[in-house]
Design a protein around this ligand. Structure first.
Ligand code: GLY
Length: 357
């Protein structure tokens, strides 16, 4: 088993992350022992419940099964889960458990952060995307009509338990959306101020085993990605500065997701296209040469990320202005400046209009 630790300022915000590929049955037993509370509420994704509900075998009174899909990360489900917690008489010394992808984790984290001003919660991410990104770092939230994650909190879990056997039942597109975030880490790793892992080499060396979902290799891959993320969030929990680099590819990625109503493209597909635009802008600005852009494109192709047709500049700019990454009339863009390095830039609307034209 791999054991990592996140240390954010206070002891209260310090928590372990366990990564393993032990059998699902023994993992479920371990989770039950870890919960160790009189009362608890488990929120589990419908698909995960269908596949693994029996193995977890939680009493139905403690279970809330959440339908799958980004649309479920809404205020209605926030309220429904709160109501269940009140009906169960959860106190602040009890616990919530999120089992599923990023939707479940973000939503439950948000409920936990507000229920009686904060109740402990643990994350059990079952998608690659949630393992390498959303389950770590304490961003919680829900979506609304104005965009994704516009309502939320920074609230760290008490522990994260990852078992890569869950990833073996993901369909190809779900798995690949996580690979989008993995590839992102390869392009930002030297800016994460972490020990050198050389994710790019790891990806090249283990490409086939990653695609065939070899759980041992996935343990290592997730360890590297999470270590990079830990290094960033420990230095900047609330995205004052450094943490913004984790949004590489996201400024335009979120535009694509929003303009296609979170239906047509997965998050991974959208942020890969966002990275393509970032490389394009960097070449235009003279931060990198064309060879690096070609190199990046080769990687996107190797991971079978097709190009997404572009939108009009007006639509792109209008949508970007609404995003959390826009501040004080300027739009933040994370751009590559060297191999595996990125920097944070801010552009005015006319500057950006020129760059994306
Ligand atoms: N997903 C980016 C972050 O956690 O900051």
């Amino acid at each position: 088993m791999i054991n990592l630790n996140v240390n954010i300022n206070s002891k209260e915000k310090t928590y372990p992350i366990y990564i393993d590929n032990e059998s699902i049955d023994s993992f479920c037993e371990k989770i039950k022992i870890s919960i160790n509370k009189k009362n608890f509420l488990v929120v589990i994704s419908e698909k995960v419940y269908r596949l693994y509900g029996k193995a977890f075998n939680f009493p139905s009174k403690n279970l809330f099964v959440l339908k799958d899909g980004e649309r479920e990360k809404n205020i209605k489900n926030y309220k429904k889960i709160l109501d269940r917690a009140f009906k169960l008489n959860l106190t602040r010394s009890d616990m919530m458990i999120a089992i599923g992808g990023g939707v479940v984790g973000d939503l439950v984290g948000f409920v936990a952060s507000t229920y009686m001003r904060g109740i402990d919660f643990i994350q059990i991410p079952t998608t690659l995307l949630a393992c390498v990104d959303s389950s770590v770092g304490g961003k919680t939230g829900i979506d609304n009509a104005f965009g994704k994650n516009l309502v939320g909190t920074f609230y760290q879990p008490k522990a994260v338990f990852i078992n890569t056997n869950f990833l073996t039942t993901l369909d190809e597109r779900q798995f690949k959306t996580g690979l989008g975030e993995v590839v992102k880490y390869a392009f930002i790793e030297k800016s994460c101020k972490c020990q050198e892992f050389n994710l790019t080499n790891f990806l090249n060396e283990h490409f086939d085993k990653i695609f065939s979902k070899n759980t041992k290799i996935l343990n290592e891959l997730i360890k590297i990605c999470i270590s990079l993320k830990i290094s960033v969030v420990e230095k900047d929990e609330k995205e004052g500065n450094l943490r913004k680099i984790l949004n590489f590819g996201h400024t335009y990625g979120h535009v694509i997701e929003k303009l296609t109503h979170y239906k047509k493209y997965t998050h991974g597909e959208a942020i890969i296209e966002g990275m393509r635009l970032a490389f394009h802008i960097s070449v235009k600005k003279g931060f990198i040469d064309k060879n690096y852009e070609f190199y990046a494109e080769d990687i996107f192709k190797k991971y079978k990320f097709k190009q997404i047709p572009s939108f009009s500049s007006d639509k792109i700019l209008d949508t970007m202005k609404l995003d959390k990454k826009a501040s004080k009339e300027k739009i933040t863009f994370i751009l590559p400046t060297d191999y595996s390095k990125v920097e944070i830039f801010e552009f005015t609307e006319p500057e950006l209009a020129d760059l994306i034209s």
